[in-house]
Design a protein around this ligand. Sequence first.
Ligand code: WQD
Length: 324
Amino acid sequence: MNWLITGGAGYIGSHVVYETLRSGRDVIVLDDLSSGIKSRLPDGIPFEEVTLTDRDAVFAVFDRHKISGVLHLAAKKQVGESILHPDYYWEENVVGLQNLVDAMAANNVANFVFSSSAAVYGQPDLKFDDLVDEAANCAPINPYGETKLEGENISEKCAANSDFSVAALRYFNVAGAGKPELGDQSIFNLVPIVFETLDRGDRPKVFGNDYPTPDGSCIRDYVHVQDLAEAHVAAMEFVENSGAIFMPINIGTGTGSSVFEVIDKISQVTGSTMEPVSAARRNGDPAALVANVSRAKEMLNWSSKRTLDDIAKSAWEAWQFNRK
Ligand code: WQD
């Protein structure tokens, strides 16, 4: 089976590429290298430097390669940036996706694994210890989340109209590194932000300590990127063996960690003694967002194996490796 992996030169994408190769499948990587790093990829892998908004270029990829399935990870994913540039996010994440699925349909490629996000849930009205399941109301509260929900809607139509077999993986908070050279080098999420703050000798900021949670800080479901990569292989197995279907699936651990807990874990791992400082809440943050992961177990026979400690240790090792 020959899988096209869009965004395969990215932090998550490169982990998925290695895990897909380990599963015995062949891989072609498509990436526009706007944030991806080609040197993350193994030598000799077929590579297409293409922007998904270039429709003709996307169709040409399917002329050059025999493709049996598509893993679509290429997208813009910064919530703050999406608020400032909603049209740009719509163009990149929705128009780009439409070009891709149109090229798939034109070439009778029906196996599709779509990188979706917990951002589709927005701010569900849940108590801090409630788990969110895939049947929950999807009401994204930022343009990034809206593009991911629209991507799911488009994928669902493909299943209905073109017999696509689709797994839409709703990523929760991804962190850690499968190996140091694949670490997250962007500084848009809590764990790398804390590393950078500690490197500067500053105190990590906690955006809000008055949420209705045990320690007052927000709770999230932090899933190791290597667990996530393994979930993608399980999702490929699932779509390869399903007929026309659209199946959204939470990819998380089912266990929440607060911001204070994450920062404390990072302090243990890095040996830092910097005390976090509480700051104002950040707009749009739900108090808690933790996955119900029973569908992933049932449909993919997948569940996370790695802990917050594994995340912090692997992320810190990668951070030190990549800042040389
Ligand atoms: C986590 C928690 C912050 C920085 C976003 C996307 C989501 C997914 C993951 C792609 C929040 C708090 C952060 C800091 C802090 N991305 N925080 N101090 O917002 O949960 O999710 O990234 O799919 O779709 O929405 O992740 O890492 O930004 O924040 O207190 O310096 O850490 O308020 O509670 P988030 P995050």
